[in-house]
Design a protein around this ligand. Sequence first.
Ligand code: NAG
Ligand code: NAG
Length: 210
Amino acid sequence: LVGLHFIPVSFSLEATIGKKNTIEALNGTDVLLPCTFATCMGFMNLKFWWTRENNGTSTKLFEGMIRKKDDDVIQQDKADRIEFAGGKGNNISIILKAVDFEDTGKYACHVLNPLEKNLEHEAVAVLTVLSEFFDKPLSTVSQDYWYIISFNGGLIGLTILIMVTKKVIIFIMKKAREKKKECLVSSSGNDNTENGLSGSKVDPKGSPKA
Ligand SMILES: *[C@@H]1O[C@H](CO)[C@@H](O)[C@H](O)[C@H]1NC(C)=O
Ligand SMILES: *[C@@H]1O[C@H](CO)[C@@H](O)[C@H](O)[C@H]1NC(C)=O
């Protein structure tokens, strides 16, 4: 997620989770729930809050306010295991600490701008808490696997290439040697033309001076 955000081009207030709104975390770890907001209308006393959405019930996790641009966030309410992680510019991310399997679900980041007639917007992140490395969906694991596969594949490919190259070189050398031998044989054969042993190629009618 870091560094790969779209800069939201919005005229009115908008909250954004990021490029991907699905988040995966291992059980027991801390997870960043990212959110930024943007508006071209300017803001004053902007309110924002995070909620956990669970079967139609909404639980507030964090509440804050930013009086004006470049001001620090005023923290107003905070649930256990929640830590504010934003603060820089329009970053209103939070950290959910020591995630458990029950934390799997939807998290919404809300913003409200009084300067835009209390216009509200929200963005939803979907968190999945996983138990082990191999619980990870293939999409996130595959990269590691691909490295291993491609690395090993590369090694195997290289070994094959070396073997083939070796074979080819040996073949060429053998052929060269055979050629030499052939030359030797044929030359010796030429020497034996008189005996008619291997001199069949030499036209017997042509060679003797008529
Ligand atoms: C999940 O994490 C908690 C806290 O770290 C731990 O006590 C528990 O054993 C973990 N459960 C699994 C299935 O990994
Ligand atoms: C928001 O802040 C968090 C924590 O400091 C950081 O990891 C994240 O990259 C920031 N998001 C953006 C869009 O700058």
